[in-house]
Design a protein around this ligand. Structure first.
Ligand code: NI
Length: 394
């Protein structure tokens, strides 16, 4: 079966490159993936998949009906949205939409999802169960997965697999990670409330800008002294707003940021800990505060047996030298985590790096991929599907 997968995937590569370039030229922002969804639906229908559109707002899924008696259904999930970034790659198929770019490789994910569906549609007599290809919108704003789940995209799904491109792994290789792959993401909004006064007489007021700066410094220093360095916490204040003019003591400053962690128990205690630090600093300097802490996204924790499935399938499909077992998770986040609250699943990293060319990081205006990676993605996923139905446990 692997030989057939390889042959069909290789024959499809020119078409898949075309698809990826089309998607890359026509990026759409989160929640606005209308044309992408129509395009994807068209390709899936032409391969006789049963397509359900308008699932999860601008998402959709296609179903490949296997020809056997296995009642399990395996889902493959990819995301379709682009970022509000102005592309600077200079590629001939660069974004035609000013200020919008596929800088996170979701064009590659969508292409790999389609490629896998195309390959498996040729082999469906040999697949005993159903495969659902989920094309999710709005990953970049961390909402698309929940939209899909609420619209029953996981109904009757037994397990789910996914991928994300990774520029530091060379194209042709994949990265597998047991356990946590990405961090949880929570948002924090702190308002420091002081008291206005004339700039020449700060003692008469409470300087919210100064207190805010103490809050930021205390939080960063306290992480190194009070959090376990083996269980990382990254707290970033990404936005500050406050004050009126040069000669007034500001009475209000708003700090907005995110917190990332890898361990659920650290995450569970973090909101309270942040509040303790903020409250302590504010109390010392006579300010008040308001704090809103919002749990946005859990960590992607790969299910062991499905991670092993991906590792074995990739090793057979690509060869030993093209599979890396990753020692560390990333502190980025990924809303694939939401699906894992409902069904077991695993995600792998698809190498898209050039061998001898510097590659820019994800979300960079010059981010680009080596398109030969598409073949490794399709082969890994298509063969994982076949191997999944060979096993019986999940
Ligand atoms: Ni992404």
């Amino acid at each position: 079966m692997l030989t057939e997968i390889k042959q069909i995937a290789e024959e499809l590569m020119p078409r898949l490159k075309e698809i990826r370039r089309h998607l890359h030229s026509h990026p759409e922002l989160s929640g606005q993936e209308h044309l992408t969804a129509i395009f994807v639906a068209g390709v899936l229908s032409s391969y006789e998949l049963h397509v359900q559109e308008n699932v999860g707002k601008t998402g959709l899924f296609g179903e490949l009906q296997g020809q056997g008696t296995d009642s399990r259904q395996l889902a493959i999930r990819v995301d379709m949205d682009a970022l509000p970034i102005h592309e600077q790659t200079g590629l001939e198929f660069a974004s035609k939409v000013p200020g919008v770019m596929h800088a996170c490789g979701h064009d590659v994910h969508t292409t790999v999802g389609l490629g896998t569906a195309m390959v498996l549609s040729h082999l469906k007599e040999q697949i005993p169960g159903n495969v659902r290809f989920i094309f999710q919108p709005a990953e970049e704003i961390g909402q698309g997965a929940m939209w899909m789940i609420k619209n029953k995209a996981l109904e009757n799904v037994s397990a789910i697999l996914s991928l994300h491109v990774f520029p530091t792994i060379p194209a042709g290789s994949v990265g597998i990670r047991y356990g946590s792959l990405t961090a949880s993401l929570d948002s924090v909004e702190i308002t420091i409330i002081g008291q206005a006064a004339d700039a020449g007489n700060p003692k008469q007021g409470v300087d919210a800008i100064w207190v805010a700066s103490q809050v930021i410094i205390s939080l960063q220093q306290a992480i190194s002294r009070m959090q376990d360095p083996q269980r990382p916490v990254v707290l970033t204040i990404g936005k500050i707003r406050g004050g009126y003019n040069s000669n007034t003591i500001a009475d209000r400053v708003k700090l907005v940021g995110t917190a990332r962690t890898l361990h659920p128990e650290v995450r569970a205690r973090l909101a309270e800990w942040v509040e303790q630090v903020v409250a302590g600093v504010c109390h010392a300097y006579g300010a008040e505060y308001e704090l809103h802490y919002h749990h946005s996204m859990p960590s992607v924790v790969n299910y062991p047996e499905l991670t092993q499935l991906l590792e074995r399938a990739a090793t057979e499909a690509l060869g030993n030298d093209y599979v890396q077992v990753l020692p560390d998770p990333s502190l980025g986040s990924e809303d694939f985590a939401e699906y894992l609250n409902y069904v077991p699943g695993a995600m792998f990293r698809l190498g898209v790096g050039y061998k001898d060319k510097y590659n820019y990081p994800l979300h960079h205006p010059k981010f680009d991929v080596d398109e030969t990676s598409i073949l490794a993605g399709v082969m890994t996923l298509a063969y994982s599907v076949c191997q999944y139905f060979q096993g019986k446990h999940i």
